[in-house]
Design a protein around this ligand. Structure first.
Ligand code: FAD
Length: 401
């Protein structure tokens, strides 16, 4: 493998991966496992916390359920990747450096940006100040604390997407003393087939969740949510799950970003403006034949693996291959005892096949717990990480259905 050369002297190629979520950890484990014997590539993974955040389970944390302690340094054990704990405050794409905690500077030759996204609380006035989010364990913990002290009253969950549905169901199940109102533009389960959607609605009704779809929240005030048209909905706590945005870091660095702040990538997942920067997971705007991918763990992990494989190919003098991914399922928890899983075409449109009840609960849990065995296998056999549905004709740019 070729390393960086300065004045004819071979030096180590430094790959810095920002963010140890599902995408960043997949990139780090895949890359470090592939290069661990070569000795001329150094992989450093940077993350705010040492504990892995199971984002898929943050609605459980928000209702006071304890999650497993997963340590990032332990997940990296045996790969040779270094872990650097800290908050990334700036990226300098000209100097090729990253600033951490405003005090340390890390230099890179190749950067992988995997810092994810957060709920878009900037979308309406007051959401930033008066709404809770599921952006991280601390945010989820603050909501859990608030819910446990309420003893009665109303919780408004804003956003009728899947995070909003899972959160409303979880809160209603854990806190039967609270009224839960789910507010959003689209009806819950809008992308599911009619039968799966009907099941989801019946489950929300059984749990006592009041669904108000077709509404536009325009303001969040202490104790109230204001709707377009002037109606107010009283709420003792508001959870904001509507929309996502990416931190201003990539835009401030001069990387080309889309309207949500995501780094726009080429087919190989490199920034279109700075090809030595790869972008993966929720922080990347990745075009497929069916459109730009939306943030999921099922798609995020393959992006990390693909970036790692591309870096290795490039270091060996080859050309990275285009990334292709087709969706295959939408698993949705409805509290701890019910769920619905919609199987999908690669463009995320629903198939006829879906699961409900206990089979769906088991399926959802298996999927949620699958990253660890996947990473464990990848450490021993890196190639095992490269299996995911490529999506056939659905994902060829210019050849969508
Ligand atoms: C409640 C909930 C349920 C969900 N359920 C599903 C599901 O069932 N299926 C599915 O596919 N997707 C689901 N998602 C979406 C899924 O969680 C995301 O798509 C996925 O986490 C994206 O992975 P990522 O690696 O890009 O980002 P993340 O997992 O968010 O990881 C980003 C990492 O970067 C760190 N970080 C961020 N900024 C900084 C900084 N400045 N400095 C240092 N570190 C930083 C964060 O702490 C985090 O560790 C769910 C999301 C939520 C909130």
């Amino acid at each position: 493998m070729s390393a960086r050369h300065e004045d004819g002297v071979a030096t180590t190629h430094r790959v810095v991966i920002l963010g140890a979520g599902y995408a960043g950890l997949s990139a780090a484990i895949q890359l470090a496992s592939r290069v661990r014997r070569s000795g001329d590539v150094r992989v450093t993974l940077v993350n705010a916390q040492e504990r892995f955040t199971e984002r898929l389970r943050l609605h459980m944390s928000a209702t006071g359920q304890r999650l497993a302690e997963l340590s990032i340094p332990e997940l990296l054990e045996g790969t040779g990747a270094r872990f650097e704990r800290g908050w990334v405050t700036a990226v300098d794409v000209d100097a090729k450096t990253v600033r951490i905690d405003d005090e340390r500077v890390l230099s890179y030759d190749t950067l992988v940006y995997a810092l994810g996204g957060v709920a878009d609380t900037a979308a309406v006035p007051g959401a930033e100040d008066h709404a809770y989010t599921l952006d991280g364990p601390q945010d989820a913990g603050m909501l859990a604390d608030r819910l446990s002290r309420l003893g009665g009253g109303t919780v408004a969950v804003v956003g009728s997407g899947l995070t909003g549905v899972e959160s409303a169901a979880e809160i209603a199940e854990r806190h039967p003393e609270l009224n839960v109102v789910l507010l959003g533009r689209s009806e819950p389960g809008a992308t599911m087939n009619p039968k799966a959607k009907a099941y989801l609605h019946a489950a929300l009704e059984r749990l006592g969740v009041t669904v108000r779809s077709g509404v536009e929240v325009v303001k969040v005030l202490p104790g109230t949510v204001e709707l377009a048209g002037g109606e107010s909905v009283a709420a003792d706590a508001v959870l904001w799950t509507s929309g996502t945005r990416v931190s201003p870091l990539p835009a401030a660095a001069g990387l080309t970003v889309d309207a949500h702040g995501r780094i726009v990538t080429d087919a190989a997942l490199r920034s279109v403006s700075h090809p030595d920067v790869y972008a993966v997971g929720d922080a990347a705007a990745i075009r497929q034949g069916y459109g730009v991918m939306h943030g999921t763990c099922q798609g995020g992990m393959p992006t990390g693996v693909h970036a790692a494989v591309s870096i290795v190919r490039t270091l060996k003098g080859g050309r990275p291959k285009p990334f292709r991914f087709g969706y295959y399922h939408t698993p949705v928890s409805l509290g701890r005892h019910d769920a619905v899983v919609q199987f999908t075409h690669p463009d995320d449109s629903p198939r006829r096949l879906y699961l409900t009840g206990r089979a769906a609960v088991r399926y959802k849990e298996t999927v949620t717990a699958s990253p660890w065995p996947t990473w464990g296998r990848m450490k021993k056999m890196p190639a095992s990480g490269a299996f995911w549905p490529r999506g056939g004709r659905f994902t060829r740019v210019g050849q969508a259905r």
